[in-house]
Write a protein that binds this ligand. Structure first.
Ligand code: HEM
Length: 210
């Protein structure tokens, strides 16, 4: 009971504010003209970085639940996932409006021509149905299909990691770090114990339950 109260009164609102902080920092930077020598680059990179970080944090909630033996990580998952989508939308919108200046024919050509843009766009596209079906109502309506659909988050994150690896020209350290975190989170999902369990055929006595 007390931990439930702490969750609703403290942890969730604090995390909500923490997730908003990068966006607030960007807005403050725009207001005070303090986004460095290339504001467009700063906005693109900050929103892209936070979209990817929050996707990874969202994926970390299931293993964290197993580690702490509590339900609260799963109750934060939806908010974190929606914030990841929020930053991915800001990132995409920055590219559409400020970089491409809404020249739709150039946009279509660029998405088809530059592999890292194609992959980034695919990652964003995969997140759209996940965000649209993130409500409790959609969960109830879709039943078992909901968890199957939401497995797309793995593919979306993989594509986002590839997008980053592909666009970096020189220093690969950051995208490789994200790739390693993603790989680690995927490895934690493998049911190792089940895979390596000795599969022996039961003896006759065991089969009859005796
Ligand atoms: C889930 C969706 C996406 C994620 C997580 C993501 C993530 C990222 C990341 C982490 C970066 C590098 C930031 C840095 O260097 O610090 C980046 C850069 C970039 N992304 Fe995305 N991205 C996504 C979708 C898109 C889409 C849809 C587009 C456009 C169609 C796009 C266009 C770009 C561009 C133009 C850059 C900067 C490239 C450069 O500096 O040369 N991204 N993105």
């Amino acid at each position: 009971m007390a931990s439930d109260l702490a969750f609703h009164r403290l942890l969730k609102p604090l995390l909500f504010l923490a997730c908003l902080a990068p966006c607030a920092r960007l807005l403050w930077g725009i207001q005070t003209d303090d986004l460095g020598p290339n504001p467009l680059e700063t906005v693109t990179h900050t929103t892209g970085d936070w979209a990817l970080r929050l996707l990874l944090v969202t994926l970390a909630m299931t293993p964290l639940r197993r580690l702490v033996h509590a339900a609260w990580p799963l109750r934060l998952r939806r908010m974190l996932g929606l914030f990841a989508f929020f930053y991915a939308c800001l990132h995409f919108a920055t590219w559409l409006v400020l970089d491409q200046e809404l020249r739709w024919s150039d946009i279509v050509v660029d998405i088809g021509k530059r592999p890292y843009v194609t992959v980034g766009f695919a990652a964003w596209l995969l997140l759209v149905p996940l965000a649209l079906t993130s409500t409790r109502r959609a969960m109830r309506r879709l039943g078992r299909r909901w968890s199957q659909l939401h497995k797309l988050v793995y593919l979306a994150t993989l594509l986002a990691v590839v997008h980053y690896l592909w666009l970096v020209k020189a220093d690969l350290r950051d995208p490789l770090l994200y790739a390693a975190v993603f790989a680690g989170l995927m490895l934690l999902r493998v049911p190792w114990r089940w895979l390596f369990q000795e599969r022996r055929t039961p003896r006759r006595g065991e089969m009859s339950g005796g």
